[in-house]
Design a protein around this ligand. Structure first.
Ligand code: 13P
Length: 254
C-alpha cells in the first residue's frame, strides 16, 4: 500500500488583505517545524488578491499556496473570472474546486467541475475537489448518493493515471462553520466510501489518493479525526485563521 503523506490545508475563504496575508505567513513559518520534520504537507488557500504576497512570503518553505476557484477556460468572454494560467503566473501551486459555499452562493455546478478539475491538472495545478452532503440529505439517507454523484462528476474527465493527483475533501455542509464537527466515525465512514468510489475507477488510485475531512476542525478535535484510517488530512476553515491554532492542527497529523 502506498504511504499517503498527510495534508493539512487552511482555507481562508473571504479573509486576508495583502497586509494580513503577509503577516500571517510570517507567523505561520515561525510556528511550523522545518519541512523535513513536518508531519504533514501544509497548504494555504487564499483570496486571489493575496496569492502573490503568500507565494513570496512562503518561498522556499514548501508550504503550498492555493487559490479558491478558477475558470476552466484559458481566455474568453467570462467577466470576473481567472484562468489556471493566471494562477500559475502568480506562483500558485493548486486550487480549491467545488467548495460548497461556491456551489451554494455562486452557482458552481458539477458540470463546470467536470471541466475545471482536469483543466487544473493539465495546467499543472493541484486541485482539491470538495464534496459533501447537506443535513437534509444526511437525514434522508442520501449521503452516499450525493457523494457518488459529486465524486463521479468531478473525476469524470480525469484520466485514470491522474486521479491520484487530485485531493478530495469531504466537507459535510452541516459541519462547515457550525462548530458541529462530524464524529471521527462519521468522517471515517464517509471518507472510506469516497475511497471505495475512487476504487470503482482504479484500485491503485484509491490507495494513493489523499482524502481530507473538512468541517469545524479545531486544534482540540483534529487528532482524533486525523487518526482515522482513511482520513489523510484536513481542510480547515475558521480554525486556520489563527496561525498558532493552524500550526497545532498540523502538529496533530503527526
Ligand atoms: P470551517 O472549518 O470553518 O468549518 O470550514 C470548513 C471549510 O469549509 C473548509 O473549506
Amino acid at each position: 500500500m502506498p504511504e499517503r503523506m498527510p495534508y493539512i490545508a487552511g482555507n481562508w475563504k473571504l479573509w486576508g488583505t495583502r497586509a494580513q496575508a503577509g503577516e500571517y505567513c510570517q507567523k505561520l513559518l515561525a510556528l511550523l517545524p522545518e519541512p523535513s520534520r513536518r508531519p504533514a504537507e501544509v497548504g494555504v488557500c487564499v483570496p486571489f488578491t493575496s496569492l502573490e504576497v503568500a507565494v513570496k512570503a512562503l518561498a522556499g518553505s514548501q508550504v503550498l499556496v492555493l487559490a479558491q476557484n478558477m475558470n476552466a477556460e484559458e481566455t474568453g468572454a467570462y467577466t470576473g473570472e481567472i484562468s489556471a494560467q493566471m494562477l500559475l503566473e502568480l506562483g500558485a501551486d493548486g486550487v480549491v474546486l467545488g467548495h460548497s459555499e461556491r456551489r451554494e452562493h455562486n452557482g458552481e455546478t458539477d458540470r463546470a467541475l467536470q471541466e475545471k478539475v482536469p483543466a487544473a491538472l493539465e495546467a499543472g495545478l493541484r486541485p482539491i475537489l470538495c464534496v459533501g452532503e447537506s443535513e437534509e440529505e444526511r437525514e434522508a439517507g442520501d449521503m452516499e448518493r450525493k457523494l457518488r454523484h459529486q465524486v463521479g462528476e468531478g473525476l469524470h474527465e480525469v484520466p485514470d493515471e491522474r486521479i491520484a493527483d487530485v485531493v478530495v475533501a469531504y466537507e459535510p455542509i452541516w459541519a462547515i462553520g457550525t462548530g458541529q464537527v462530524a464524529t471521527a466515525d462519521q468522517a471515517q465512514e464517509a471518507i472510506a466510501f469516497v475511497r471505495a468510489l475512487v476504487g470503482g475507477r482504479t484500485e491503485e488510485a484509491a490507495q494513493a489518493i489523499r482524502l481530507l475531512y473538512g468541517g469545524s476542525v479545531k486544534p482540540e478535535n483534529a487528532a482524533e479525526i486525523l487518526a482515522q484510517t482513511d482520513v489523510d488530512g484536513a481542510l480547515v476553515g475558521g480554525g486556520s485563521l489563527d496561525p498558532e491554532g493552524f500550526a497545532r492542527i498540523v502538529a496533530a497529523a503527526g
